[in-house]
Design a protein around this ligand. Structure first.
Ligand SMILES: [Zn+2]
Length: 231
């Protein structure tokens, strides 16, 4: 009898009671990687290698977890960053392990199922917001675009560099205008300095653009969907 009890305890401790969180969806890997690169570009260290991301039901996963550090109002949420509790002392550790099993201490982003039908850009900015919480421990900042608690449907797009600079460096200097640039205008133009560029695949789409600064005219220029070099 004693042996049976022993096994039951370890079974529960090993698996967690009632906690069956969605598994990481590898389709988010490129966004996790790009976020880490963008953070490094702005001089920040954001380790996203241990963060899981999955489609699911944010509210349901939150309720299942019971005790978490809530990072987004649970009104009508599109996603949440779940920080599964853990404790460093041995008694607490045993308690949390029995509650959350191997998930204790995990950070998991749950993106609402409905986003499977959204564009790569819409998924990206939502995951970037949650990574602000999960990877950088940022709180909501209502005067920012990415870290505002209210999603306004914005995508990074032409302001990508400036939205990211605001999130990573809290720099709120936005140019009044960003002018379009064509690839042919880059030829023999020594006044143009490449400020920022992005080029990666996410959810079947290539997100690629470049931001330049014209030192003669003192203005920013945006090159969208950069044409492949024929070389
Ligand atoms: Zn949030």
């Amino acid at each position: 009898m004693r042996l049976v009890m022993f096994f039951i305890f370890f079974y529960l401790a090993g698996c967690g009671i009632g906690l069956n969180l969605p598994k990481h969806d590898s389709r988010f890997n490129s966004i996790l990687n790009q976020f880490q690169q963008d953070a490094a570009f702005f001089g920040k260290n954001a380790d996203t290698s241990k963060i899981s991301v999955a489609f699911g039901n944010p509210r349901k996963e939150y309720e299942l977890l019971g005790v978490i550090k809530l990072t987004k109002d649970l009104g009508n949420v599109d996603a949440i960053c779940l920080m599964v509790p853990k404790d460093s002392n041995e008694i607490g550790k045993t308690f949390y392990r029995s509650m959350y099993g191997r998930h204790a201490g995990d950070r998991i982003i749950i993106v609402d199922q409905s986003f499977q039908r959204k564009t790569a850009e819409e998924i990206e900015i939502l995951v970037y917001h949650e990574l602000g919480h999960c990877a950088l421990n940022l709180p909501h900042k209502e005067d920012q675009v990415i870290m505002s608690s209210v999603s306004n449907g914005t995508v990074l797009g032409i302001y990508r560099y400036f939205y990211l600079r605001e999130m990573f460096l809290n720099n709120k200097n936005y140019p009044l205008f960003i002018y379009p640039l064509e690839a042919k205008d880059l030829d023999d133009n020594d006044n143009l300095e490449l400020v920022y560029q992005v080029d990666y695949y996410s959810f079947g789409k290539r997100l690629k653009n470049e931001l330049y600064f014209d030192h003669n005219k003192e203005k920013f220029l945006f090159l969208d969907d950069v044409v492949e070099s024929s070389l």
